[in-house]
Design a protein around this ligand. Structure first.
Ligand code: DCB
Length: 513
C-alpha cells in the first residue's frame, strides 16, 4: 500500500461523498502520517470502520473489543452467540472460542470490553490470529526488551515470537511497555505486519510436517540444559542464573487426573518451566500402595517430554522423621536415579517436610548424606533438594551444620497465611551463610492448605522470591475444595485447563510463572 492511497481517499471524500461509505475514509488520517498506509490497508480490507463522525482517532487508545473485532473480521471469524448486548459481543465470543485470548482477559459478560487493551494482550491476540506457530528464542528476544521483567509470564511466548519475526519492537528506550495502552494507529501497524508475515508462511503439507516436533518452552531444559548450584544460586549450563517456577501436584494417590499431558502442558503454556510430582509415602501413598510409583514415572516422563524441569518428591508428612523409612527411600532413589541418571530435567527432593520429633543433625542430615550417596552413584551431578525440621522451615539449623555434597539446595516451604516476614528473614540469613534455597512448596492458604486466600502476603512472597531469583513450586494443582487448590472443584480438565476453571489461588499463581 502506497501513501498515494491516502491522496486517493482524500479525493474521493471531495468528489464522491455519497458513494463511499463514511467509515472507509477518515478526516484525521493524512498522507504524511506514518500510519497512513496501514490504516488504508485495513480500511480497504473492510476491517476498519472508524467513528460515525468520519474520524479514525489514530492516537486514541484502542479497546479490547476494537482490537479483537478488527482482527476477527480480517480472519473471517463468524460472530458467536453471546449473552452480552455489547456491539462486539459476537466477535468477542468467536475469538474466545478460537483460543486467541483467555476468559479472564475479557470475560463474556462484557464489562471490560471497552477498556483499553494492554500491549501484551494485544500482541498475544494478534500472534494467535496471524502467526500462531511463530516462536522466539528466549535469550535472544528477551535481551531486546529493556523491560522484559515487567511482562507477565503468560505473554512470554507471544511477545518473544512477535519480536523474533519483527511484528513488535521496542520504543526509543528499548522498552516494550507491556502493560501500557496501545494507540489505534499502532494497532493497525502491528496487525498489518503480522498479516504480512503470515502471508509468507510456507505451508507445504508433506507427511513429515504432521509429526509433532520436539517441544521447546521458554526457560525449559532445551534452553538451560544441566543446572548446577553456584554459591546460593541455581545456574544453567552457561553459568547464567536460572529460576524455575511451576506447580506441585497434590498427593498423586488422590489426584492422578492432574498428571495428564494436557494438564501439565496447560501450566507450561502459561510460562511454567517446572513441575513437581508429590508422591506421598504415607496416607495411602507409596508405602501402602507402591503402584503410585508408576503414576509418578508417567508424570515425570510427560514433563520431560514437555521440556520442563521436574521434581521427584518423596513426600513424607505424617511420617515426620525421614529415618523411619530410610530403607524404602534408599531403594526408591536407587531405582529413580538408575532410571533417570543425570537427565538434566530431573531434580530429586528426598524428604518433603520433616516434622515432629526430628532434628537436623541427628536425623535429617545423616538421612540426606546417605540418600545423596545413593543418588550420586547414578546421577553424579543432579540437583538434590533437602528439607529440614518443622515442615522444612528450619533453615537456621541446617545453616549451622550444612551438607558438604555439591549441587544440593535446601527447601523452604511456606504458606502465606501462616508464614510471613520472619521466614523470609530466615531465608535471607541462611543465604548469607551460604545455603542455596529452593521453595519447592508454597501455598496462598494457611499451613493446613485451607483457610482463606492470603493474596497480599502471597504477593509479598512472590516479589521476595523474584528479587532473589528463588525457584518455586506452588501447592497445588488439584481441584480439592481448599483454598490452596488451583482448580475449581469438579472442573472439566480433560482438554487441559481453561482460565474459567482456575480458583482465586490458580489465577494468582498462574499469572506469576
Ligand atoms: C505441607 C505438606 C502438604 C500439605 C500442605 C498444606 O504441610 F507438604 O502435603 O498439604 O503443606 O498443609 C495438605 C493438603 C490437604 C491434605 C493434607 C494432608 O493441602 O488437602 O489433607 O496435606 O495430606 C504442612 C506445611 C506447613 C505446616 C504444616 C503442614 N506448618 N502440615 O507450618 O504448620 O501440617 O501438613
Amino acid at each position: 500500500m502506497k501513501p498515494l492511497k491516502c491522496i486517493l481517499i482524500s479525493l474521493l471524500i471531495i468528489m464522491l461523498p455519497l458513494s463511499v461509505g463514511a467509515g472507509d475514509i477518515f478526516a484525521d488520517v493524512s498522507e504524511g502520517d506514518w500510519y497512513c498506509s496501514c490504516v488504508s490497508e485495513m480500511t480497504e480490507l473492510g476491517a476498519l470502520k472508524g467513528y460515525p463522525d468520519g474520524t479514525f482517532r489514530p492516537n486514541n487508545s484502542i479497546s479490547k473489543s476494537e482490537l479483537i473485532s478488527i482482527t476477527a473480521r480480517l480472519q473471517g471469524l463468524k460472530p458467536g452467540q453471546s449473552a452480552s448486548s455489547h456491539w462486539a459481543a459476537g466477535l468477542m465470543k468467536a475469538a474466545l472460542d478460537a483460543g486467541w485470548y483467555d476468559w479472564d482477559e475479557a470475560p463474556p459478560t462484557g464489562e471490560s470490553y471497552d477498556e483499553p487493551i494492554s500491549r501484551q494482550l494485544a500482541v498475544k491476540i494478534i500472534m494467535n490470529a496471524f502467526a500462531p506457530d511463530a516462536r522466539g528464542d528466549y535469550n535472544t528476544e528477551s535481551a531486546k526488551m529493556a523491560d522484559f521483567s515487567e511482562l507477565d509470564g503468560r505473554y512470554y511466548n507471544a511477545v518473544l515470537a512477535a519480536y523474533s519475526i519483527g511484528v513488535a519492537g521496542g520504543d526509543d528506550k528499548g522498552k516494550f511497555n507491556p502493560k501500557s495502552n496501545l494507540s489505534r494507529a499502532e494497532a493497525c501497524a502491528l496487525i498489518s505486519r503480522a498479516m504480512g508475515k503470515s502471508a509468507f508462511t510456507p505451508v507445504p503439507a508433506g507427511p513429515e510436517e504432521t509429526k509433532p516436533g520436539p517441544i521447546a518452552i521458554s526457560g525449559g531444559v532445551s534452553e538451560n540444559g544441566r543446572l548446577c548450584v553456584e554459591g546460593v544460586d541455581l545456574v544453567n549450563e552457561k553459568g547464567e542464573p536460572v529460576v524455575l517456577r511451576g506447580m506441585s501436584t497434590h498427593g498423586i494417590q488422590w489426584f492422578p487426573q492432574f498428571l495428564s499431558r494436557e494438564v501439565i502442558k496447560s501450566t507450561a503454556d502459561r510460562g511454567a518451566n517446572l513441575f513437581r510430582v508429590a508422591m506421598y509415602t504415607a496416607e495411602g501413598g507409596y508405602l501402602q500402595n507402591p503402584g503410585v510409583k508408576d503414576t509418578l514415572i508417567n508424570a515425570v516422563d510427560t514433563a520431560i517430554e514437555l521440556d520442563m524441569y521436574v521434581i521427584i518428591d518423596w513426600h513424607i508428612l505424617s511420617d515426620g522423621n525421614p529415618m523411619t523409612h530410610i530403607n524404602e527411600a534408599r531403594e526408591f532413589f536407587a531405582e529413580m536415579s538408575q532410571k533417570y541418571g543425570d537427565n538434566p530435567a530431573v531434580l530429586y527432593e528426598i524428604c518433603n517436610e520433616p516434622n515432629g520429633a526430628v532434628n537436623w543433625s541427628g536425623d535429617v542430615k545423616p538421612y540426606a548424606e546417605e540418600i545423596i550417596g545413593v543418588i550420586r552413584q547414578n546421577a553424579p551431578e543432579a540437583i538434590v533438594l533437602v528439607g529440614s525440621p518443622t515442615w522444612s522451615q528450619d533453615l537456621h539449623e541446617a545453616a549451622k551444620a550444612p551438607l558438604t555434597a555439591e549441587n544440593v539446595m535446601y527447601t523452604c516451604h511456606f504458606y502465606a497465611g501462616t508464614h510471613t516476614g520472619w521466614l523470609r528473614d530466615r531465608i535471607t540469613s541462611a543465604r548469607a551463610q551460604g545455603l542455596a534455597v529452593f521453595v519447592s512448596e508454597w501455598g496462598v492458604s494457611d499451613a493446613s492448605g485451607g483457610g482463606r486466600v492470603y493474596a497480599d502476603e502471597a504477593r509479598v512472597w512472590l516479589d521476595f522470591m523474584r528479587k532473589n531469583n528463588i525457584s518455586w513450586a506452588n501447592w497445588s494443582l488439584c481441584d480439592k475444595a481448599e483454598s490452596s487448590a488451583a482448580i475449581r472443584p469438579g472442573a472439566n480438565i480433560r482438554d487441559g485447563i481453561d482460565d474459567s476453571e482456575l480458583t482465586e489461588s490458580g489465577r494468582l499463581v498462574f499469572s506469576s510463572f
